[in-house]
Design a protein around this ligand. Structure first.
Ligand SMILES: [Zn+2]
Length: 380
């Protein structure tokens, strides 16, 4: 009987060592240690043996069972580890395979990109960026900017007036100047889509005492539509008010802008002009970057960009008209306001579309708003 136990043990050991799958090991466990297997049967039969045999046979059978259980456990663990290893090897990601192409991401529209560029330039010169509302009161859009009651820009054909829905009372927080012809509170013509970013000049002054250095980017609206006009366009307004500010400061500021946008070689010149809210007023030209201001190209032909002028008109500007300060006798916090005897300032308004057209050689204003990706993808 002892011999049989040793025989079973040796045979099982051999087969366990030779098993190459977890399934095969499991089958061996059933064959040698299962309920109907020979070795467990012998153990169960120990009680029926002669007393002098019981101890020896029982010990040998128990020992053999424990040894086989241990061997089977070890072999199963080895095979599991091998299987895992193989799976890991087979599943290794092939880093040389091309990946899924990334979805194309959007980009900033050329108008927004240009506006950001302009903001950055003036931030660098010490200005603060402000934004204003697009639906503006007639007071801020015209009156406070010195547009007389008969100014043509006020005509219904030249501005988009906004009618308030019935039942909505206008919340007028502004200081209405008594006797001013255009202030007809409650009438539909009290609101207008701002025709320029300039209304924020007075709003900014009301909010902050001098000195004040702000730029105001934003959308503006006028009912024009052709190759060089769209009903909605963009401006970047600038306003600087301090003591002892002159046109020379304006010129220096705009020269820094022109060099950054159009190149280091650029120059600016100021030509007399008229705007209602600046006095004196100027048109500002930048020397042509296409012909370096010569007016003609290398082959002697007329420069197509500046039409032979050597200069490109880029914006309007001027010294703030003292009348505009009279709309801000005190700021909103009742601090002393803008005394024309003490402060001076300059302001400008530039068309973002025009700056981008000049900079990128864009021929038609309408291209900006047609949303043709072949056009838009060239910028930003
Ligand atoms: Zn030119």
């Amino acid at each position: 009987m002892i011999e049989r136990i040793e025989q079973l043990r040796a045979q099982a050991q051999q087969e366990i060592a030779a098993a190459v799958t977890s399934d095969a090991v499991e089958q061996l466990r059933v064959r040698y240690l299962g309920r109907k297997a020979e070795l467990p049967q012998m153990l169960r039969g120990v009680a029926a043996l002669e007393p002098q045999q019981r101890g020896e046979v029982g010990r040998a059978a128990n020992e053999a069972r424990r040894a086989l259980e241990q061997l089977i456990g070890q072999r199963a663990a080895e095979l599991d580890a091998q299987a895992l290893e193989q799976r890991l090897l087979a599943d290794t990601a092939d880093v040389t395979l091309p990946g899924t192409p990334p979805q194309p991401v959007g980009r900033m529209h050329v108008i927004n990109a240009t506006m950001r560029e302009l903001e950055d330039i003036f931030l660098g010169l010490g200005f603060t960026v402000l934004e204003g509302q697009e639906v503006e009161t007639v007071h801020y859009n015209f009156d406070a900017l010195n547009h007389g009651p008969t100014h043509p820009a006020r005509a219904h054909t030249d501005s988009f007036y906004v009618r308030e829905p019935a039942g909505h009372a206008t919340k007028q927080t502004i200081d209405v100047k008594a006797g001013h012809d255009s202030m007809r509170l409650g009438a539909p013509t009290d609101l207008v889509l701002r025709t320029h970013t300039s209304p924020m000049q007075v709003r900014a002054m009301q909010a902050h005492p001098p000195p004040l250095y702000v730029v105001i980017p934003g959308r503006v609206y006028r009912p024009d539509s052709d190759a060089t006009h769209t009903p909605q366009f963009h401006q970047v307004e600038g306003l600087a008010v301090d003591e002892d500010i002159t046109l020379a400061d304006l010129k220096g500021t705009l020269l820094a802008f022109a060099k950054t946008v159009f190149g280091d070689e650029r120059d600016v010149r100021l030509r007399p002009h008229f705007f209602p809210f600046t006095e004196p007023s100027v048109e500002v030209d930048v020397s042509c970057f296409h012909c370096s201001g010569k007016g003609f190209q290398a082959d002697g032909s007329r420069c197509p960009l500046c039409k032979g002028e050597g200069w490109l008109e880029v914006l309007g500007a001027g010294e703030v008209d003292p009348n505009v300060y009279s709309y801000v006798p005190t700021t909103e916090r009742n601090a002393p306001g803008y005394d024309p005897e003490k402060v001076q300032g300059y302001a400008w308004g530039m068309g973002v579309e025009r700056i981008a057209m000049l900079k990128h050689g864009i021929p038609d204003l309408r291209l900006y708003f047609e949303n043709d990706l072949r056009f838009l993808e060239q910028f930003g």
